[in-house]
Ligand binder design. Structure first.
Ligand code: ADP
Ligand code: ASP
Ligand code: MG
Length: 439
């Protein structure tokens, strides 16, 4: 059985829901994972913000506006009075539920419950629509099988058993619709797999049922060899190794969530990225195969801060790096890139919440300098160290751009550069020309 995930953009309007419905009614049995309709989760976050700030009027205004949007979707989506009525009642109950939270104490627990409503609604709408069309479909409630353990990690054994039970309740159904992103935690409370987590849901389900394929459907044509919003002549990448996809996902190619790769990779289930706007295009196949000697793609990540710690005490001293890393660890700030010399170390971070405290602590160990508004550009492909020429090629493409850090050798699949954000466009265009033109 295949698992198909459709993101928020793919179910973002009544029209899009109809198109997805057409795509999934092909007679084959499948599990379909849906995100909330696009913009919904952000709006639910906004509602929660107002409630944290004890402003129920602010929250209510947004709740009413969102409910109104859904009423319009329903009007457009359903043809029969019967299903319109069913859907309107469903929407009303979800929004009344959200409104109930404007009266009481608001904590993280209540926020998670509110955030779960987006996927609960999108899947219910799709299921009603399929039924109105006469398709064979049923809802699998994610809150009954998707679960994290005490370390907030998905619990594969539990997921597998409970999902199996859910499937056995509805044998012979063609389309099993389920919610991405939402789950329960080890205490049975409603929780989620972090923003963008619907891809993770699809991957976990794929591993749990030993799916033949996991398909991630979005609104662009698979992974591109460069960012199509910046570089004109990008082409879709047809095949990627899981590790290459992981590098790209971390460094900005947002069409696949990084967490989704691990379960599929370990279960050796291919992940295919497909385009809802062009369903017959081949998309991108991600598997455990490597294409030898090939550079696949370039990706970039903005809002990076570089920190340099220079110290003569580092010279011939052991334990210096540990002290530096411990400071970042104590502020739960993860380091993306790292470069060292005999007298200094540079690191990059993307979370600057505790930057001032980190800098204060680092100053105990050396002279600290900070560069903000930087950008990581990462080149991905079969970059095993014995292959020659790739470093030269990428460096040559960046010869006119000031490069703050270079990281190579951390994995077999990537070389990363830290540059100024203002140079990103030029860097991506030049790399595209050097690495992909006429090849
Ligand atoms: P989905 O709902 O399918 O998960 P999202 O709502 O997460 O999609 O939004 C992803 C959107 O961001 C897509 O519309 C895509 O066009 C755009 N996007 C973000 N980063 C990139 C990138 N590096 N390359 C191409 N498109 C991107
Ligand atoms: N709806 C959630 C979000 O916007 C999960 C997802 O779309 O993957 O983050
Ligand atoms: Mg998404």
């Amino acid at each position: 059985m295949k698992v198909l995930k459709f993101g928020g953009t793919s179910v973002g309007s009544a029209q899009r829901i109809k198109e997805v419905a057409k795509l999934i009614t092909d007679g084959e049995q499948k599990i379909v994972v849906l995100s909330a309709m696009s913009g919904t989760t952000n709006t639910l976050v906004e509602i929660s913000d107002y409630l944290y700030k004890k402003n129920p009027e602010g929250a209510n205004e947004i709740i009413n506006k969102l409910e109104h949007t859904y009423r319009k979707h329903i009007d457009e989506l359903f043809a029969t009075a019967e299903y319109k009525q069913k859907a309107l009642e469903m929407i009303k109950s979800h929004f009344d539920y959200i409104r109930a939270f404007t009266k009481d104490l608001f904590t993280l627990f209540e926020e998670k419950v509110i955030l779960a409503q987006g996927e609960l609604v999108s899947t219910a709408l799709m299921n009603y629509y399929l039924q109105e069309c006469g398709a064979s479909s049923v809802l699998l409630p994610a809150l009954d099988y998707m679960r994290t353990d005490k370390n907030a990690e998905p619990d594969p054994g539990y997921i597998k058993d409970k999902l199996q039970l859910q499937l056995e309740l509805h044998p012979g159904v063609e389309i099993y619709i389920t919610q991405g992103y939402i789950c329960r935690n080890a205490y049975g409370e409603i929780d989620n797999l972090q923003r963008g987590g619907s891809d993770y849901t699809a991957s976990l389900i794929g591993a749990a049922i030993d799916a033949s394929e996991i398909q991630i459907w979005t609104d662009i044509d698979g992974m591109h060899n460069n960012d199509p919003r910046i570089v004109e002549s990008t082409t879709p990448v047809r095949q990627l190794h899981f590790e290459e996809a992981a590098e790209l996902a971390y460094f900005g190619a947002k069409i696949l969530h990084p967490t989704c790769i691990q379960p599929a990779k370990y279960a050796n289930i291919p992940v295919r990225l497909l385009n809802t706007m062009e369903p017959t295009a081949p998309g991108t196949m991600i598997s455990n195969d490597t294409e030898k000697g090939k550079i696949k793609a370039v990706a970039a990540k903005d809002n990076i801060t570089a920190i340099k710690i220079k110290s003569s005490r580092m010279l011939l001293a052991h334990g210096f790096l540990r002290k530096v890393f411990e400071i970042f660890e104590s502020y739960q700030t993860s380091i993306d890139m790292i470069c060292t010399s005999e007298v200094g170390v540079s690191v990059s971070i993307d979370n600057t919440k505790h930057l001032n405290e980190i800098l204060d602590d680092l100053k105990k160990y050396g002279t600290v300098t900070v560069d903000k508004n930087m950008c990581i550009v990462c080149v991905v492909g079969d970059l095993e160290w014995e292959n020659v020429g790739f470093e030269a090629k990428t460096l040559d493409a960046l010869k006119d751009i000031p490069v703050r850090m270079i990281s190579y050798g951390g994995s077999n699949y990537n070389i990363s550069f830290l540059i100024r954000e203002c140079d990103k466009k030029a860097a991506l265009q030049s790399l595209s020309k050097e690495l992909f033109d006429n090849k």
